[in-house]
Each structure stands twice: as C-alpha cells, then as structure tokens.
Design a protein around this ligand. Structure first.
Ligand SMILES: [Zn+2]
Length: 412
C-alpha cells in the first residue's frame, strides 16, 4: 500500500487521493497553498461576494450557519457576524448523541453572539429505525447525522428564502486536496451524496431497505433543484477565503468566548468533537475497519502539514491511538435496542480484509508505514507529544451514561 511521503494518507483513502512524482499526496500539496495565498485578498473577495446578500431585505436574517456544540461553530459564527457583519440564522440538526458539553457550548453560542436559532429534532423512533438500517446496510451509525446536518440548512434556506449558507471547512479541499483553494468550490448535492452520504440519499435507503417508508425518511429529503434554483441557494466554505487552522481557531474561541473542550477517545485533539458521544469512539472505530485509518490519522496529518509535529511523532501518535479501545458502546446499543453480538455481526461484512488482519482479537493494518525511521511501538503518549496545548478541560462533569436529547429529555 502506497503512503504519502509527508503525511500518513494512503492510496486506499476513500476520497480519491492522488500523488505527485515525489510521492506527496494531493492533500499535502493543497495544504501548501495556505502558505502562498494572499489571504487578505481572499477575504476582500468574499466581502464583495456577500455584498448583495447583505443589502437584501427579504428576511430578518441574511444568511444561515449550520452549527453544533463543537467543530469550529464558534469560529464560523464569529467570522460571519463580527468580521463579515452579517446577521446569521443558526440552524442545528440534533444528532441525538449529544454530550452535555456540546449542549452547553451550543446554548452559549447563540447567547454570546446574539443569534436566532432553529433546532430540528427528528422523532427518535425514526432516527433509530434509519440508524439500524444504515448500520446493517453500510456499516454506518452516523449517516443520519451527516444527512441531517447537510439537509436541514438547505431546507430552511428554501423555506425562509435565505439563499446564503456559510459552512466552515470543505474536507475535499482541506484534507485530501480534491480541489484547490482557488477553485472556491461551493456546496453541491452531488458531493454531498457521493462523499458525505456514502452514495446514499434518503430516497436510496428505501430502495435497499423495504421496511423504511416515506414517512421515516421525509425529514432527510433534499429540496429539489427547482426549489433550490428559485431561492438561489448557495453554500460557501470559509476555508476558501480564510487560512484555515482549526487548532488556532479553537484556541482563540476558548480564550475569547470560553468554548469548552474535553479529552476525547482515540485522539489527542480535544477541541473538535466534544459534542458527540461517538464521533471519536464507535464511529471512528468503524472508519478504521472500513478504510484502515481513523480520525487520529486526520489529526496527525493536519499537525504535520502545519509543521507542529514531526512525521516520526505522527507515526507514534497513530500507533498509540488507533489501537485504543472505544467506550460507550453500551449506551449506543441500549439506545438502538440491539445486543452486542448483533452489532458485531452487522459490522463484520464491512471489515476491509484486503488491508486489515486480525491478531489477538484485534484488527490491524497489514502493510503499515514502511518508513524505517518510524518506530511504531506503543509508548506513553505524554512522552510522545511534545506539544501539549490540546489540554483544556471542561468543568462540566458528563455522567457518560445517557445522551442529552435537547428539548425532549431522555427515555430510560
Ligand atoms: Zn500527504
């Protein structure tokens, strides 16, 4: 298996990474643009793009921002409201796997920045039915989250005739370099289906699972092209106009707005995924089984590209975290009303046996990084990490026993 000479993505990456003649991946090449681009010009360009929307009197709000209790939400709202001078409507798809810290961050977000906020909580019974289906049919417990997060803002845009949506980072640009920053790619239905939703829109689920009905999936149906065209909906990614550095951005938000963070499973990054019980846990483990890498590789690659850690440190971090066990499976199983055996049976057929092998009941990558200078031995992680700024902890004590279901309480 071929790996990038700079970061740890391989040719098996699901987002079609390419390599140049020096063996450097497209993600690393596009990342290097960050050091060349004149970002002052870029933000000025963005200000010009949004000018007509700013003047529009069609709605109380002149743009939409999809937010959660984590993942740069504070930074995006900060930029759009404080730097671009827009009046955003915040929208959230409730992903049901909420931690208390996530709820806390989201609650403060709208208060701190003084924004209107819509939240969509789909009936839990429907979300569970869909999740059982996606787990069985393509090994995903997260499809409904991605589908909901990417469809609800567009539905609101059409319904309230607010055409402009601001997203933070486009992973096709930032992680894998599928596009250059200069392409200034915007949100498309095609990219959403192919890459975010693993090829399955809501209607496609019904074709593979006859137990699902129109009623089950109705909240996840993307508005049709005519509706989108009538309103002129477009989704702009800020990372095409701002030098995107999620670590620095979160640190600014911690300092200025008291964004709260938490030590997470299977990664050193305690900034990005604090609102979800499972993003760095079960969901991440499934990612490893399917693709042979997990979130720690994304985080390590990002830090290598910013020259904040060496490749050697990166390799050691991956070795340390990617084999870590995940917790909270019991909460998910209880929520979904399935047994542990069922869960492992469902996911078994999605294990990528082409690149993984089983040793002592654990799955490992067959052909690990070939660089001789990387010692892939487990060490105490504190010895490995020379930078320790990912360390702020929340004061909130999450009991780690139940999801907080935002406005609906939880069922025992
Ligand atoms: Zn690379």
């Amino acid at each position: 298996m071929k790996f990038c000479k700079k970061c740890f993505y391989s040719e098996e990456h699901p987002l079609n990474i390419t390599f140049n003649e020096k063996g450097i991946c497209s993600g690393c090449q596009v990342h290097d643009e960050k050091n060349i681009i004149n970002w002052e010009e870029k933000i000025e360009k963005l200000k010009k793009i949004i000018e007509p929307y700013k003047k529009s009197k069609r709605s109380i709000n002149n743009c939409i921002i999809p937010v959660s209790g984590d993942k740069d939400s504070y930074f995006i709202v900060y930029v759009v409201k404080e730097i671009l001078g827009m009046n955003p409507l915040l929208v959230t798809y409730n992903n049901h796997y909420n931690t208390k810290i996530g709820i806390r961050n989201l609650s403060f977000l709208k208060t701190i920045f003084g924004c209107n906020h819509f939240n969509l909580t789909v009936q839990p019974q429907k979300v569970k039915k869909i999740t059982l289906s996606t787990l069985k049919n393509f090994g995903s417990m997260y499809w409904h989250c991605i589908a909901g997060q990417t469809v609800f803002p567009v539905q609101i845009a059409c319904k309230f005739k607010i055409p402009l949506i601001f997203w933070g980072v486009h992973q096709g640009v930032d992680q894998v370099g599928m596009f250059s920053h200069h392409d200034e790619v915007e949100m498309t239905r095609k990219y959403r289906k192919e890459h975010d939703l693993m090829g399955f829109e809501a209607e496609d689920l019904m074709k593979i699972d006859y137990s699902l009905t129109d009623k089950d999936i109705e909240q996840f149906i993307y508005p049709n092209d005519q509706e989108i065209e009538n309103v002129g909906v477009r989704g702009i990614y800020l990372n095409n106009y701002i030098r995107w550095d999620t670590k620095a951005q979160h640190e600014l938000m911690i300092k200025n707005f008291n964004y709260e963070t938490e030590k997470l499973e299977r990664t050193f990054d305690c900034y990005n995924n604090v609102a979800c019980f499972h993003y760095t846990g079960i969901h991440d483990y499934l990612k490893f089984l399917k693709h042979g890498y997990s979130l720690i590789t994304d985080h390590v690659n990002r830090e290598i590209r910013f020259n904040r850690i060496s490749r050697k440190q990166g390799g050691e971090l991956i070795a340390y975290y990617s084999t870590q066990k995940f917790n909270n499976l019991d909460i998910f199983l209880k929520w979904l009303s399935i047994g542990k055996k069922d869960f492992f049976n469902y996911i078994d057929k999605f294990i990528n046996r082409k690149i993984l092998f089983k040793k002592e009941s654990e799955w490992h990558l067959k052909n690990e990084f070939k660089d001789k200078d990387i010692i892939l031995k487990k060490k105490d992680v504190n010895e490995i990490i020379s930078f320790n700024s990912f360390s702020k902890r929340s004061k909130i004590k999450d009991n780690k026993k139940n999801y907080t279901l935002l406005g609906r309480g939880w069922l025992e």
